[in-house]
Write a protein that binds this ligand. Structure first.
Ligand code: NAD
Length: 484
């Protein structure tokens, strides 16, 4: 019995590279059956606001696996990227990208004889990709960065499971917890907690800027790295550069119920329809998908044929030895098919039935709400963000008018830097301040009182937003201002 999956050709070069990959699968007798779904730019244009038909959505949700070509997001107001929406709506919380040196794809590292074989696991749902942004004043924009305990745990657990199945010895957590103490701090804390359950894997953490430097100087020292969404996005493109560029970067978006396999690159509108696109990244994504589905032997056969072909110097126009004439997509695909069964000189890939043989299902979930229970919460005060053009001393005097007996005015900051009660005249100001009110020691306060302060304050200055200050289990749940 064939396994059925959903396939979306995509836009631009999508149909050309998808046809190439499926032709290679067919030549290797891969036992898959494809249900082609209507998804992409033309479906946006036809009035489907999600970029796919209802039938496509149903098919993908039923089959649980989508193999997709790149898709164009129409530029303009209100239209969200179909690629990002698909990942978020279907909760494909882990984005796995495997990067390895490919013979025939020359890079500074391959020339230096330094082999690269590393996997990036990027959290795929949270972080700044919630896209929750506001202009607080005409001059000041802010964005919300959402990092959650269950979201972090899901992806970190996936990373450890993946490392174990691949037989890796090390997993690093990239972060910026020295600056983003609560958001990245939470991600790191969860990493350290989960790591205790995997004593067979050496867990370490590294600050993301140091990580970038080490990745370009000593990439061979890393095996797998797990990161939050935005940092993972940037670091994974850096890694694509280490092994030859986006044309060699596969991507798997893994969820409990639905997974999406795609190339990292886009629709390449400049070469679409010319028949010269490089199908390697989509083929590598297809190979990961075969492993994910348990077609381990097919995956190894096809990967060996691809590696052999690249070793022979066969290449499309976007890479390879310029002294060797480039092949078009069809000729490149034919060469891979002709090389099925050949063994690459640089080392053969073996079928390992246990290796990623099936979906790593961490927490089958259906819109469930996950909360940590029995946490003691204490309300401490409120940060009121206001628009104001006055100097900090003057603003403090205005703010004091809103004080009640239970509270102190403790701090005013501008762009996160304390400017009252102490500060520097050299701190440049913008017209948005944070004014912090905290309860006096020993007082019990209510949220209503805090909102009352904000309401009272709003009669004197324009209030832009309000954020409550909380302690959880005695641990401070907000950051101090720089200089506080
Ligand atoms: P792109 O990746 O499409 O192209 C960047 C450059 O790389 C171009 O010069 C292109 O010709 C080349 N290139 C890309 N893939 C290639 C391949 N397989 N073979 C040979 N050359 C290749 O990036 P872009 O131009 O910024 O984006 C074009 C469109 O793709 C946009 O609408 C964007 O939203 C979309 N996009 C989609 C995805 C996705 O579906 N996951 C990802 C990125 C961009």
């Amino acid at each position: 019995m064939k396994t059925k999956i959903a396939v979306a050709n995509g836009d631009g070069i999508g149909p050309e590279i998808m046809a190439a990959v499926l032709r290679i699968f067919e030549a290797n007798d891969v036992q898959l059956e494809y249900e082609f779904v209507e998804m992409g730019k033309s479906y946006f244009d036809a009035g489907h606001s999600t970029g796919m038909t209802a039938q496509a959505k149903e098919t993908i949700e039923t089959l649980g696996l989508l193999f997709k070509g790149p898709m164009e997001t129409p530029k303009g107001k209100g239209v969200k990227s179909i690629n990002v929406t698909a990942r978020k709506v279907w909760n494909t919380y882990a984005n796995q990208r495997d990067f390895r040196t490919l013979n025939g794809v020359e890079t500074v590292f391959s020339k230096a004889g330094i082999p690269i074989n590393l996997t990036i696991i990027r959290e795929n749902i949270e972080d700044t990709y919630g896209g929750i942004e506001h202009l607080l004043t005409y001059d000041v924009a802010v964005g919300r960065r959402i990092i959650t305990r269950p979201g972090s745990e899901q992806v970190i657990r996936y990373a450890f499971e993946m490392a174990r199945r691949k037989g890796l010895k090390k997993l690093a957590c990239g972060h910026k917890a020295n600056i983003m103490k609560l958001t990245d701090g939470l991600f790191l804390e969860v990493f350290q907690e989960v790591a205790k359950e995997y004593p067979d894997i050496e867990a370490s953490d590294i600050i993301v800027d140091d990580l970038c430097m080490k990745l370009v100087t000593r990439p061979q020292t890393f095996e797998a790295i797990v990161l939050t969404n935005l940092q993972g996005d940037i670091v994974s493109d850096l890694c694509a550069g280490l092994v030859g560029g986006l044309g060699f970067a596969p991507s798997a978006n893994i969820g409990d119920n639905i997974s999406i396999f795609e190339a990292v690159h886009g629709t390449a509108p400049d070469i679409a329809g010319k028949g010269i696109a490089n199908p390697t990244a989509l083929l590598l994504s297809g190979i990961s998908m075969l492993r994910f589905l348990g077609f381990s032997k097919n995956a190894a056969d096809i990967e060996n044929a691809l590696l052999y072909t690249l070793e022979q110097g066969v290449h499309t126009g976007d890479f390879g030895d310029k002294a060797i004439p480039s092949s078009n997509t069809n000729a490149f695909t034919d060469a891979i098919i002709a090389n099925l069964g050949r063994v690459p000189v640089g080392g053969s890939v073996y079928a390992n039935p246990d290796f990623e043989a099936q979906a790593i299902r961490i927490q089958p979930s259906k819109n469930k709400l996950t909360v940590t229970k029995n946490i003691k919460e204490e309300m401490i005060g409120v940060d009121i963000f206001v628009e104001s053009n006055v100097q900090p001393n003057e603003l403090a005097a205005i703010a004091k008018n809103s004080l009640t007996d239970n509270f102190d005015l403790v701090m005013i900051s501008n762009r996160g830097t304390q400017v009252w009660p102490t500060g520097s005249i050299y701190t440049e100001l913008v017209n948005e301040y944070r004014v912090r009110f905290e309860k006096k020691a020993g007082r019990d306060i209510s949220q209503k009182e805090l909102l009352h302060i904000a309401a009272d304050f709003s009669e004197r200055v324009k209030v832009c937003s309000v954020e409550f200050l909380m302690n959880f289990d005695g641990k401070i749940g907000y950051t101090l201002a720089q200089g506080q």
